[in-house]
Design a protein around this ligand. Structure first.
Ligand SMILES: O=C(O)CCC(=O)C(=O)O
Length: 271
């Protein structure tokens, strides 16, 4: 990857911070910021239990646990789709103040929740293909991110157990990695369970290889984007109804029920 000397950061992971402005500066510089202790002990325990239960239930019922960007060899890793509808605790994550405040600051408002899905790496699990999350946006890309990922660590994320890996500063190239850049050097987003990893949509990243013998790594990935794009999940078909019924205004906006300019019904916001 070619970067000028100002852009070249080395493989630096920013120091975790709860300071909002410092976090935004990390996002500008590295494309990533890490918020420690983002979840309460109760939220972490409930979310972790609910996610592993959902994954087990999907496995027993032979529901899809794969994703097209995962390598064919990736048989130990499990995806859980639409976790928002699987347990109320995931509403706490999707609409968490930390997530919504970063979405507003980075993407503007209204924005949409594209998906809330999970990836559990398992012992021996393979890496994902190096990618940027806004690959559906035709290049040349606008000079600002079109989306933001807020990933909740439900287990410790470590180099050994397949923590998400990234190329610091790659968002400033403002394009997806090319074929000959897929093996670029990356660094693990290591963070304790309960942390939020917030990275913008142009950052080159991938699931790490889980080299452990018996350690799983559960992460819930909240994907948010500019409201001009279509969400990955079709909330109007898949959302558990009471989520909308009891949703805050911000949550209704993120789910597309409250809208401005687009997604209207007879010229008006549906909610
Ligand atoms: O599992 C991970 O660590 C990253 C997942 C990811 O990058 C994706 O699903 O796009």
């Amino acid at each position: 990857m070619m970067m000028d000397s100002e852009e070249r950061e080395g493989l630096v992971v920013p120091t975790p911070t709860r300071d909002f402005e410092e976090g935004l500066e990390n996002l500008r510089r590295y494309g990533l910021t890490i918020v420690p202790d983002a979840l309460s002990a109760r939220q972490l325990m409930e979310a972790r239990d609910a996610l592993y239960r959902a994954a087990e239930s999907d496995a027993q019922r032979k529901r899809s646990t794969r994703f097209s960007l995962d390598y064919e060899t990736d048989l130990s890793n499990r995806r859980v789709w639409n976790v928002l509808s699987r347990d109320p605790v995931f509403e706490d994550l999707a609409f968490h103040d930390i997530a919504v405040s970063h979405v507003k600051a980075m993407l503007g408002w209204p924005a949409l929740l594209g998906n809330l899905s999970a990836n559990i790496t398992g012992p021996g699990g393979g890496e994902m293909i190096l990618h940027a999350d806004q690959i559906f946006v035709p290049e040349p890309w606008p000079p600002v991110p079109q989306g933001l990922n807020v990933a909740w660590c439900l287990d410790d994320f470590t180099d050994e157990n397949g923590a998400t890996r990234f190329v610091p500063g790659s968002h400033r190239l403002n394009r997806a990695p090319r074929e000959d850049e897929l093996q670029s050097e990356t660094v693990a987003m290591e963070a304790p369970a309960g942390s939020a990893l917030i990275f913008e949509s142009r950052v080159w990243h991938k699931t790490g290889h889980n080299r452990s013998r018996n350690i799983f790594r559960a992460g819930v990935f909240g994907w948010y984007h500019n409201h001009i794009y279509r969400p990955q999940e079709n909330w109007f078909l898949s959302l558990r109804p009471e989520i909308r019924q009891f949703a805050s205004d911000d949550a209704l906006t993120l789910l597309g029920w409250k809208s401005e300019g687009l997604g209207l019904v007879n010229g008006m916001s549906p909610a």
